[in-house]
Design a protein around this ligand. Structure first.
Ligand SMILES: *[C@@H]1O[C@H](CO)[C@@H](O)[C@H](O)[C@H]1NC(C)=O
Ligand SMILES: *[C@@H]1O[C@H](CO)[C@@H](O)[C@H](O)[C@H]1NC(C)=O
Ligand SMILES: *[C@@H]1O[C@H](CO)[C@@H](O)[C@H](O)[C@H]1NC(C)=O
Ligand SMILES: *[C@@H]1O[C@H](CO)[C@@H](O)[C@H](O)[C@H]1NC(C)=O
Length: 238
């Protein structure tokens, strides 16, 4: 059974490999190598679009700033909230899959990447007691002449800025993310994404924004199989 799972992974990896490309931007660089840090968070990354000098900034905790963007303007983020923020940064900066959702007008931006509802809810749960002074992390800062971010508004808990996980996912990074109607054909920044990405990169889902019900069923079946495999593996090693 394990061999079957590995074969399945190999098929998925080779079929998505052809699609690798990177977004524009300073840290976006396809070097074809596995990224040592972001793979911890976004484990489906098999190639990386970012330089090591970017991920080095994420590799410790707490993160004070990334490039010139300070993360601690309203105090240090809690560890769990910081981890979610890192996952999003890793996806955007380092994932070769991000280019699938490239913004039509800005080649360094992404648009409507489908996130799983559960991922957004967990993210919100992790951050709701932390503080923030922006609703849109991309646009609501005041940038000084050296390109450093400052708060325009006062710091308040996430739970005052965002109504819930859906609101947060769909507002914090502008148009970058949307919450998917599917619980399978969506990304959650973990291994299960390897499954979803296979369908999300397919031609048919490029044409229509909503995925077909047959793809949904196929995805759910595969997910179930994967979960069963995991359970069996767990029993074997016990
Ligand atoms: C990161 O490294 C690349 C390649 O060595 C370089 O071009 C880039 O300027 C560096 N970026 C920063 C922020 O140091
Ligand atoms: C891209 O720009 C065009 C022309 O300005 C605009 O009509 C369109 O809505 C923009 N698309 C998005 C997704 O923002
Ligand atoms: C890093 O900061 C420099 C200087 O402000 C800026 O030009 C560059 O675009 C920034 N890079 C990223 C990835 O934010
Ligand atoms: C989340 O918040 C939005 C905006 O206030 C609201 O429209 C939506 O119904 C809420 N969703 C849930 C599941 O509570």
């Amino acid at each position: 059974m394990l061999r079957f799972a590995l074969a399945l992974f190999a098929v998925i990896t080779s079929s998505t490999c052809k699609k690798y490309s990177c977004l524009d931007g300073e840290t976006h660089k396809l070097n074809g190598k596995e990224n040592p840090y972001c793979t911890i968070f976004v484990s489906f990354l098999t190639a990386s679009c970012c330089y090591a000098n970017f991920t080095e900034q994420l590799a410790h905790s707490p993160v004070i700033k990334i490039n010139n963007s300070y993360w601690n303007r309203c105090g240090q983020l809690s560890k769990s909230c910081e981890d979610f923020t890192k996952k999003i940064e890793c996806f955007y900066r380092c994932s070769p899959h991000a280019a699938r959702w490239i913004h039509p007008n800005y080649s360094a931006a992404i648009r409507s990447v489908p996130l799983c509802q559960s991922f957004c809810d967990d993210w919100y749960e992790a951050c709701k007691d932390d503080s923030i002074c922006v609703r849109n992390w991309l646009t609501d800062w005041e940038w000084d002449e050296s390109g450093v971010n400052h708060c325009k508004n006062k710091c308040v808990p996430y739970s005052e800025v965002y109504a819930n996980g859906t609101d947060m996912c769909q507002s914090m990074w502008g148009e970058s993310f949307k919450v998917s109607e599917s619980s399978c054909l969506c990304l959650q920044m973990n291994k299960k994404d390897m499954m979803a990405i296979k369908y999300l990169l397919s031609e048919s889902s490029e044409e229509s924004s909503s995925v077909s019900s047959s793809e949904e069923r196929a995805c759910q079946r595969k997910l179930l199989k994967l979960e069963k495999l995991k359970e069996e593996e767990g029993e074997e090693t016990r």
